[in-house]
Design a protein around this ligand. Structure first.
Ligand code: F6P
Length: 376
């Protein structure tokens, strides 16, 4: 019996998205009984009924391309900006799903997309997701596609920063993406031989970081590379953030809507005040060590360009497993990486969780063993 499959990419783009679209599309077409349609710009395209034909022609030559041929957005079905108003567009999305006679909608995305997709599944749509994000923070999968490429890019940046830091006898602080999870900063930091690695999961003490730099100076090494995740927190900030989060949870529990609003505002203010945090870190390290310091923010550079071979392979494995999963009649699942295999994990086990770096993770141990300061 013929099946109609829809596909969209949502959230921040990731290298490997096109490889996954290609794998899904080609595997679907190879069954001889599946029709596939792409929706542009994430859930917004599904709401606005903007589609892209996905056939042999459009699927060819995209394996090596960065970004996503479908386009992406961070729009949420239940809170979408329409005109100047945030509106719940879930019903329109469900209607469009029906209009296209879809049997399944495949959503490629990170933690936010998993949540949005799960909401649609709860409305009765057949949903399958794939885990993609350079942050590698989706729960219940060994790894997400996009992470490997971003780690390569950040590592290469650290390699290049080494020679200039060395020549000018400077500290170079390199800010690496990752608000909540430090996988990228940790992976690139270890692979690039950063002297100090600061990640959100291990609150840092500025004096420890400065002492590590001073120790290197005493040994006659007058440069240091500090790999810092954008969400890394000092011990004081970490405590403050925990207090604010606890307050929010308490207000929610007590059903105190006024208090909850206040607590949310306080959290927003806290994150606003953290803007420019890595620049301040660089300036403080300069003051404490007497070494000149510079900040490099890698930013979206880490998300762009050709996916690595590992990400192309991973995205192809997940994309093709996704079609096997549809054929076996499963839905409301994420196709997860499990060693050399893939497995279907029910979406309710994925949402509301994050894959953070355990402070005793082997990568952290390895960093410490080679003398890297983790800021604590
Ligand atoms: O997609 C994840 C991510 O790349 C984070 O690492 C980063 O903090 C964020 O997206 C940046 O988002 P945007 O592209 O919306 O600026």
């Amino acid at each position: 019996m013929s099946k109609h499959i829809g596909i969209l990419t949502a959230g921040g783009d990731s290298p490997g998205l096109n490889a996954a679209i290609r794998a899904i599309g080609k595997s679907a077409l190879a069954t001889g009984e599946m029709h596939i349609v792409g929706f542009r710009d994430g859930f917004r395209g599904l709401m606005e009924n903007r589609t892209m034909r996905l056939d042999r022609e459009t699927l060819s030559s995209i394996l090596t391309r960065g970004g996503t041929i479908l386009g992406t957005s961070r729009d949420k079905p239940h809170k979408m900006l329409v005109g100047s108003e945030l509106m719940d567009m879930t019903d329109v999305i469900c209607e469009n799903y029906k209009k296209h006679n879809l049997d399944v909608l495949i959503c490629l995305g990170g933690g936010g997309t998993q949540k949005n997709a799960y909401r649609l599944a709860q409305k009765g749509l057949n949903i399958i997701t794939l885990p993609k994000t350079i942050d590698n923070d989706v729960a219940m999968t060994d790894v997400t596609f996009g992470f490997h490429t971003a780690m390569e890019i950040a590592t290469e940046a650290i390699d290049r920063l080494h020679s200039t830091a060395h020549s000018h006898h400077r500290i170079i602080v390199v800010e690496i993406m990752g608000h909540k999870a430090g996988w990228l900063a940790l992976g690139a930091g270890v692979a690039g031989g950063a002297d100090i690695i600061l990640i959100p999961e291990i609150p840092y003490d500025l004096t420890s970081a400065a002492n590590a730099i001073r120790k290197r100076q005493q040994r006659g090494t007058n440069f240091s590379i500090v790999a810092v995740a954008e969400g890394a927190l000092s011990v004081a900030d970490f405590k403050q953030l925990s207090r604010l989060k606890d307050k929010k949870a308490k207000m929610k529990e007590n059903g105190d809507s006024k208090g909850l609003k206040k607590a949310e505002e306080a959290l927003q203010q806290f994150s606003k005040a953290r803007n420019g945090n890595t620049l301040r870190l660089s300036q403080e390290l300069e003051k404490l060590t007497g070494l000149e310091s510079r900040l490099t923010i890698l930013g979206h550079y880490q998300r762009g360009g050709t996916p690595s071979a590992a990400d192309r392979m991973l995205a192809t494995r997940l994309g093709s497993a996704c079609i096997d999963c549809i054929q076996s009649g499963k839905n409301s699942v994420m196709i997860a990486v499990d060693g050399n295999n893939t497995r279907c994990v029910p979406l309710e086990q994925v949402v509301g969780k994050k894959n953070l770096v355990p402070p005793d993770h082997p990568w952290v141990q390895a960093a410490r063993n080679v003398g890297t300061c983790m800021g604590d």
